[in-house]
Design a protein around this ligand. Structure first.
Ligand code: NDP
Ligand code: MG
Length: 390
């Protein structure tokens, strides 16, 4: 290793991806350094992280928690809060890369702030690209920074695409585990509870993405994410269910050859790859042992039992503010499901109703994206109330 350490700020450091990102920093102290950390409400976990990683700046969601954190940390770390705090950590002068792992569209403005400040973005927060894909990719292009995927499927596809000529690429293929209800009959889907949906067969993740995995909306969001990351049309993005989660993504070449990327089912690998690229470092993760794999299976997703996938394709093809509306309505419906207010099949129903009512803005600026997001949340909340009453 030559040169200085890569300095990173981690947004969402107390979450599933954030904690794993800090594991990677701890595994490579000679290569990586944390200069900023941002969390939401879990200020106590953030305090521990600050003591361990000694960032220059730390952000929490509320001013009350900021005061608590400040009282513990003293002058060693600057403490900021709220939306402006998140943006400040993202764009922190000492940072080279902002690793954005907050959950939901709250990540959009910090990403834009980091890009404007010339930071590379290691992006876990897919909702940001879904809601603001054209804004983010245009800003990235203008600033000449790098947008590095952390989502495992996109990291895999990125690795399969590397060094290839654009004309040689026919399609990209995202794998999906199928979630905990892959084989559950339609009529039983209405009876599943949040606790069951949160038991994912192959990945341990935050609650929102885990529910999205159970409805296949996660894969739908990833299709839109792939569209922006790889500049692929929707006809050239496919989804295949692969319950073992060992093949993370594939690229189909013009001659029909498939290039696949296999690795352990461990998010620390794609996180590390985004931070080490173009280098490869030893990873604190066991390599795939081919002989011990019983089988690798592939099947088509069931689009009838899991209509969220096609809702996402449709919103992606419509473009403009449609994906922002899809995403925001889904975020609200997922929260309602987690609070036992809505059943699982209710999630795509709410999303479809909100999308149906939406007047799409074809080429939205940030204000239009945020307005569409806010409108979709309000409308979803109203529809959820009506559904619950009936
Ligand atoms: P978690 O729910 O585990 O963590 C979310 C993080 O975001 C927490 O640190 C939380 O802080 C913080 N946060 C939430 N809301 C706010 C807010 N308003 N202001 C500041 N911080 C906030 O989520 P995951 O780590 O599972 O997922 C993060 C993102 O990465 C999502 O977009 C997800 O789709 C994506 N992703 C996750 C994968 C995974 O394996 N987990 C895989 C691929 C993508 P606090 O807890 O302190 O409130
Ligand atoms: Mg993924």
């Amino acid at each position: 290793m030559t040169g200085r350490k890569k300095r990173i700020s981690v947004l969402g450091s107390t979450g599933s991806i954030g904690r794993q990102a800090l594991d990677i920093v701890a595994a490579h102290p000679e290569r990586l350094q944390v200069v900023g950390l941002a969390a939401g409400r879990n200020w106590e976990a953030l305090l521990e992280q600050c003591r361990r990683f000694r960032p220059e700046v730390a952000a929490v969601a509320t001013t009350a928690d900021a005061a608590r954190l400040k009282a513990e940390l003293g002058r060693k770390t600057e403490v900021v809060w709220g939306k402006e705090g998140l943006k400040a950590v993202a764009a922190w002068p000492a940072a080279d890369t902002a690793l954005v792992a907050v959950s939901g569209t709250v990540g959009l403005e910090p990403v834009l702030a980091a890009v404007a400040a010339g930071k590379d973005i290691a992006l876990a927060n897919k909702e940001t690209l879904v809601a603001g894909g054209s804004l983010v990719t245009e800003a990235v292009r203008l600033a000449g920074v790098r947008l590095l995927p952390v989502d495992s499927e996109h990291s895999a596809i990125w690795q399969c695409l590397e060094g290839r000529r654009r004309d040689d690429i026919a399609r990209v293929i995202l794998t999906a585990s199928g979630g905990p209800f892959r084989t559950l009959p339609q009529k039983e889907l209405a009876r599943v509870r949040a606790a069951q949906a949160l038991r994912h067969p192959t990945w341990r993740m935050g609650p929102k993405i885990t529910v999205d995995s159970a409805t296949l909306m996660n894969k739908g969001l990833e299709v839109i994410e792939a569209h922006w990351l790889f500049e692929m049309g929707y006809d050239a993005i496919e989804v295949v269910v692969h319950p073992q989660s060992i093949v993370h993504g594939l690229v189909a070449l013009a001659d029909g050859t498939l290039i696949a990327c296999l690795s352990a089912t461990d998010m620390r690998l794609p996180i590390q790859h985004a931070l080490s690229h173009p280098e490869r470092w030893h990873a604190p993760v066991p390599a795939v042992d081919l002989a011990s794999l019983q089988e690798l299976t592939f099947e088509m997703p069931d689009r009838e039992r899991f209509p969220s996938l096609d809702l996402a394709y449709a919103a992606g093809r419509t473009g403009g503010t449609a994906p922002a509306v899809l995403n925001a309505a889904n975020e609200e419906a997922v929260q309602a499901f987690l609070h036992d207010v809505l059943d699982l099949p209710g999630i795509p129903k709410v999303v479809a109703s909100v999308l149906d009512e939406h007047d799409v803005v074809a080429q939205p600026d940030l204000e239009a994206v945020l307005a569409a997001d806010a409108w979709a949340r309000r409308r979803a909340a109203e529809i959820i109330k009506e559904v619950v009453k009936s």
